[in-house]
Design a protein around this ligand. Structure first.
Ligand code: VOV
Length: 245
């Protein structure tokens, strides 16, 4: 039987996508809107305090297209904390004007195919408990490794998988400084096996990387993908402008 890889797992992760009901938002009184914005900014400011004390991290992006209007990506040491944040948001005034668009539950994961990574290494710890970059753009999509006929990732021997993952890493390394990837594992947590979250300064780099990776065997033979979400950084002080009607 092929050997499973022992994963290293870090902070739990919630990707929370919301759509705004602009009609009811426009009909709300300006006091109500101000109150909603203020309360949301206060919530973000609390998240910033958590991030500064290295107890978690977050990212806030507006989403292009009709899949959602904005997304909150939250990392915390426990699933309970993620749940508290989700519930706290749901109780806010702003939430009254949003509808859930999509969500994804996972945990930051490193797969250690080479077997030489030491979990206590500060560099590994920093990757398992990352401060999310506040780069201009985000790209999120869930994915599976295929299990179909002759293209079944889970019947490949570990050495073969390690070889394919190595080639994958080499393609990715060419994008050092241009793209940062956070891979979150979600087997047993959500509908796909991994969440792929990419950050870039230049949005076009996502297209270039994802295209180039399509030719890596690990993607061309074994990669299956869900919907792609693409967004622009929403700085906390730009929230009033984003919500201005
Ligand atoms: C900046 C780009 C970039 C870089 C450098 C990079 C490197 C690496 C390395 C070195 C490793 C293995 C060790 C680890 O760190 O876990 C991985 C692992 C992984 N990756 Fe990756 N990946 C990138 C980017 C990157 C992309 C764009 C995708 C989506 C695939 C695509 O075709 O759209 C992806 C997927 C994954 C997955 C699902 C895993 C886990 C697979 C498993 O079976 O466990 N990844 N990845």
């Amino acid at each position: 039987m092929p050997e499973a890889v022992v994963t290293m797992d870090g902070w739990y992760c919630l990707h929370d996508f919301r759509s705004i009901d602009w009609t009811s938002w426009k009909y709300a009184s300006s006091e109500e809107r101000e109150q909603a914005i203020h309360e949301f900014q206060k919530m973000i400011s609390n998240w910033e305090d958590t991030e500064k004390s290295k107890q978690g991290s977050h990212a806030l992006y507006t989403i292009m297209g009709q899949k959602a209007d904005f997304m909150m990506m939250i990392l915390r040491p426990t699933m309970e904390e993620l749940n508290e944040i989700e519930t706290a948001f749901n109780k806010t005034k702003l939430a009254e004007f949003t509808t859930p668009a999509y969500s994804y539950v996972s945990v930051v994961e490193l797969s250690n195919y080479m077997g030489n990574a030491n979990e206590d290494d500060p560099e590994i710890q920093a990757r398992l408990k990352p401060t999310l970059p506040k780069w201009n753009h985000i790209c999120f999509y869930p994915m599976d490794k295929r299990r179909q006929g002759n293209d079944n990732w889970y019947v490949l021997e570990k050495d073969e998988r390690a070889k394919l993952m190595y080639a994958h890493g080499m393609t990715g390394r060419q994008y050092a400084g241009k793209i940062r990837q956070i891979i979150t594992g979600s087997i047993g947590f959500d509908d796909w096996e991994w969440g792929v979250t990419l950050f870039a300064h230049d949005v076009l780099q996502f297209k270039k990387l994802v295209y180039e990776m399509r030719f890596d065997e690990v993607t061309s033979r074994y990669g299956d993908f869900g919907s792609f979400y693409i967004g622009n950084l929403l700085k906390p002080d730009a929230v009033p402008q984003f919500l201005h009607v």
